[in-house]
Design a binder for this molecule. Structure first.
Ligand code: IPE
Ligand code: IPE
Ligand code: MG
Length: 225
């Protein structure tokens, strides 16, 4: 039986969910934030899950209308502030990934504050991918490694990325079958699950079903079993 130690999720479908209800797209993002809470709590109480890495804002999402981007920034700030007690209660360490330098100074401070206040937690690590793009992450790592003498190994590059851990199970909600620039290096051997459910409708039961399916998958890593 495989253990889903590191789960990564592309939380997609907030806008479509809202549209289906005759609501504005931002209502979908609000509903999506609630699901982040329940899934994080579930994962923090699961014996096998060590990391949960959630795609919250991509390097490409800046292309959206200004008002939606501004709303997402505000939502992120309030989510982080509200979440702090829940992180602490569930012994969850918060570790953002992505290029945070493009966010406002206030948002950067809030992110840092939550990171510092949860630094001692040794349960689940919840990473939010914020202004994250795998190509950008790899390039930033390569630039950091420029001055290294000698060969750059896979181990060294892995250690230099924002997310240093291979993904076991990658889930995308919302029905599309693509990775949208998410964890390309770390997902080299991840098991991929694409589901139709829109993110605000995703529930702990759905995750449990996927984990059970994943547990029975034969992972060969190029070898034979
Ligand atoms: C995912 O939902 C959340 C973010 C990208 C911030 P979307 O906003 O992409 O929702 P759809 O895909 O348009 O329905
Ligand atoms: C991926 O969703 C990014 C996040 C979930 C944060 P998008 O909605 O941005 O991806 P595309 O545009 O459909 O590929
Ligand atoms: Mg989308």
């Amino acid at each position: 039986m495989n253990r889903a130690t590191h789960i990564a999720i592309i939380m997609d479908g907030n806008g479509r969910w809202a549209k289906l209800q005759g609501k504005k797209r931002i209502k979908g993002h609000e509903a999506g934030a609630q699901v982040v809470k329940s899934i994080t709590t579930f994962c923090s109480n699961h014996p096998n899950i060590e990391r949960l890495t959630l795609y919250a804002f991509s390097t490409e999402n800046w292309k959206r209308p200004r008002l939606e981007v501004e709303f997402l920034m505000k939502l992120l700030t309030s989510y982080l502030k509200d979440e702090l007690p829940l992180y602490l209660e569930n012994n969850v360490r918060f570790e953002p990934i992505g290029n945070l330098s493009l966010f406002s100074k206030t948002l950067q401070k809030t992110i840092k504050m939550v990171e510092e206040k949860t630094a001692h937690c040794d349960g689940l690590v919840q990473s939010l991918a914020l202004n994250y793009g795998a190509k950008d992450e790899i390039l930033r790592a390569m630039n950091r490694l420029k001055s290294v003498e000698g060969e750059i190994t896979q181990e060294l590059l892995s250690k230099t990325l924002d997310c240093k851990h291979d993904v076991d199970l990658l889930i995308r909600t919302g029905g599309d079958h693509r990775l949208s620039n998410y964890l390309l290096w770390q997902s080299a051997y991840a098991e991929l699950f694409f589901i139709e459910t829109l993110w605000p409708d995703f529930r702990v039961d759905d995750l449990e079903k996927i984990i059970n399916k994943f547990a029975k998958t034969e992972r060969r890593f190029g070898g034979l079993t």
